[in-house]
Design a protein around this ligand. Structure first.
Ligand code: GDP
Length: 364
């Protein structure tokens, strides 16, 4: 599965957010199977109204959303790359994640100590990014010496790796994150394998006070400005409100949200933004037994998409009966779509689109 690591300085609300994410009624209801893998790792249902629509049309007995894993990564403080705080453990934890949800404190509260003694989300972001960049700098500089030796011979792979590393080092030495390295498509895989922390896509989660849960505040506005400038994403959330909403039954949750003028829990936006950040899209399988959402990376072809359900589906793939989401809903289900000529037979080169309703044909 895909993992999103929650990072940030101490006392910014990481654990509050993580607990809310993993305690929501949606995450715990019987038809939204939920499990806590470890105390700080949780699978979260990805909210998707399309799945409910499909299940309604097909009268599916069960609804099974797709899921995203969140990891609460504690221990990031100034000097962490030099072993302060929890030392290097958190670096290893971040390395295993596909993307980073960076929680920044935008709320004022005299009772909650700020680790640096002031509310300044942009400075906090710099502190965390600096630690990630220092860790990358150190790990790359260690690798260069050995690679240079190899690259002097005829080792083509070593030469390519060394070239990528040197381009990353140029940026890191200027205090720029490795995610700004410009890559050709064929270099992307090798670059990912370098496992650089500052190359991971980032979502800023602005934790604001209750009164600002709807529109954010001046602090979160600064974070949004920064995110726009770096092509990153940002969301506003009040971790405190979310932790209160998360434990309410569904009907009370609706009343509460209405009272504070929110359409849906802020967590939904966090989950969806994390999903988008990872470049993930969803396809559906729909029948009377269940309506189910499945996760693939954008650009995945039909056989590999089938492989997410079962490896046999991929090995014996013949074709994918495909109905676009809008057609399925507009024509009120499979029969209607078929009659209207909107059920397509797609082969092994078909790139699955977000929202496709698929039925795989395969040979054993
Ligand atoms: P972490 O160290 O980043 O995991 O932070 P915690 O989630 O443990 O939160 C630290 C403290 O800040 C706790 O006392 C929380 O109750 C409090 N806190 C978290 N989010 C909010 C918020 O949105 N508003 C206020 N006022 N306090 C918060």
């Amino acid at each position: 599965g895909f993992k999103c690591g929650i990072v940030g300085l101490p006392n910014v609300g990481k654990s509050t957010l993580f607990n809310a994410l993993t305690q929501t009624a949606a995450a715990q209801a019987a038809n939204y199977p939920f499990c806590t893998i470890e105390p700080n790792v949780g699978d979260v249902a990805v909210p998707d109204a399309r799945l409910d629509s499909l299940a309604g049309i097909a009268a599916s007995a069960q609804i099974i959303p797709t899921r995203l894993t969140f990891v609460d990564i504690a221990g990031l403080v100034r000097g962490a790359s030099k072993g302060e705080g929890l030392g290097n453990q958190f670096l290893a934890n971040i390395r295993e994640c596909d993307a980073i949800a960076h929680v920044v404190r935008c709320f004022e509260d005299g009772d909650v100590t700020h680790v640096e003694g002031r509310i300044d989300p942009l400075a906090d972001i710099e502190t965390v990014e600096t630690e990630l960049m220092l860790a990358d700098l150190e790990s790359l500089e260690k690798r260069v010496v050995a690679l240079e030796k190899k690259a002097r011979g005829a080792d083509k792979e070593a030469k390519e790796q060394l070239d990528l590393i040197q381009r990353a080092l140029v940026l890191l030495r200027e205090g720029q994150p490795a995610r700004l390295v410009e890559l050709k498509p064929e270099e992307e895989r090798s670059f990912r394998l370098l496992g650089l922390l500052s190359a991971k896509p980032v979502l800023y989660v602005c934790n604001v006070e209750e009164a600002s849960a709807h529109d954010g505040n001046t602090q979160s506005a600064k974070v949004f400005e920064r995110a726009a400038a770096e092509g990153a994403k940002a969301v506003v959330v009040s971790a405190k409100i979310e932790s209160e909403i998360a434990v309410l039954p569904a009907d009370e949750q609706r009343d509460y949200l209405e009272a504070i003028e929110l359409d849906e829990p802020g967590l939904n936006r966090v989950i969806r933004a994390g999903y988008e950040l990872l470049g993930l899209v969803t396809y559906f399988t729909v029948g009377p037994k269940e309506a189910r959402a499945w996760t693939i990376t954008r650009g995945t072809r039909a056989p590999q998409a089938a492989g997410v359900i079962h490896t046999d589906f991929e090995k014996g793939f013949i074709r994918a009966e495909t109905i676009a989401y809008d057609d399925y809903v507009g024509l009120k289900g499979e029969a209607g779509a078929r009659d209207a000529g909107k059920l397509r037979l797609e082969g092994k080169d078909y790139v699955v689109a977000d929202g496709d309703v698929l039925h795989f044909r395969f040979a054993n």
